[in-house]
Design a protein around this ligand. Structure first.
Ligand SMILES: CC(C)(COP(=O)(O)OP(=O)(O)OC[C@H]1O[C@@H](n2cnc3c(N)ncnc32)[C@H](O)[C@@H]1OP(=O)(O)O)[C@@H](O)C(=O)NCCC(=O)NCCS
Length: 149
């Protein structure tokens, strides 16, 4: 059975193994910035996230209760009048079964429940195919961010 569990921000270390899977995935996808994914440190990535108030942070973990294993997560937070989807990952073998959609619905409900209308997220270079997933939830491309190498 699949369960969705909201965890407190002080339990964020629980998503570290899945976040590492995401980073490996983004490393494989990236053409120009592989080196950045090699040096990513979980604690640095979520440092500013953890500075937010508990009630402004949402972390939902997906658990396969039969195997007692975490198989996905979403992390989102509210800062001032904006809501950001920080990180989303579903293990490869369980993708395309509606879990990502359920996680997104939970994050978007979280924003709505707080009256947050300005909602955004970033997609890494190389992972553009995921944009069509977010389009299903009403997101559209706002700008492109270019870096001189
Ligand atoms: C993106 C991701 C979270 C989606 O989760 P999922 O459980 O596979 O998605 P779902 O099964 O809930 O799919 C929901 C809908 O989005 C579509 N979809 C899923 N992944 C998609 C993709 N990469 N591109 C386009 N559409 C996609 C599905 O076809 C489905 O459409 P439908 O409702 O019309 O049938 C998951 O594929 C994943 O972890 N990918 C790798 C990591 C990643 O890219 N994370 C996002 C970083 S910004």
């Amino acid at each position: 059975m699949i369960e969705y569990i909201r965890i407190d921000k002080n339990q964020i270390q629980r998503i570290k193994p899945l976040w590492s899977n995401l980073i490996n995935y983004l490393y494989d996808k990236s053409k120009n910035f592989k080196n950045e994914f090699q040096n990513k440190v979980f604690e640095n990535r979520f440092e500013s996230f953890l500075n937010n108030k508990e009630e402004d942070c949402l972390i939902v973990v997906v658990v396969d209760t039969d195997r007692e294993t975490d198989i996905g997560y979403i992390a989102a937070h509210i800062f001032e009048d904006s809501g950001e989807i920080d990180s989303l990952y579903v293990n490869e073998e369980i993708q395309s079964k509606g879990i990502g959609k359920t996680l997104m619905d939970k994050a978007l409900d979280f924003f709505s429940s707080k009256g947050i209308k300005n909602q955004f997220l970033y997609v890494s270079e190389g992972n553009e195919e995921v944009i069509n997933f977010y389009v299903k939830f009403g997101f559209v491309i706002r700008k492109y961010y270019l870096v001189r190498k």
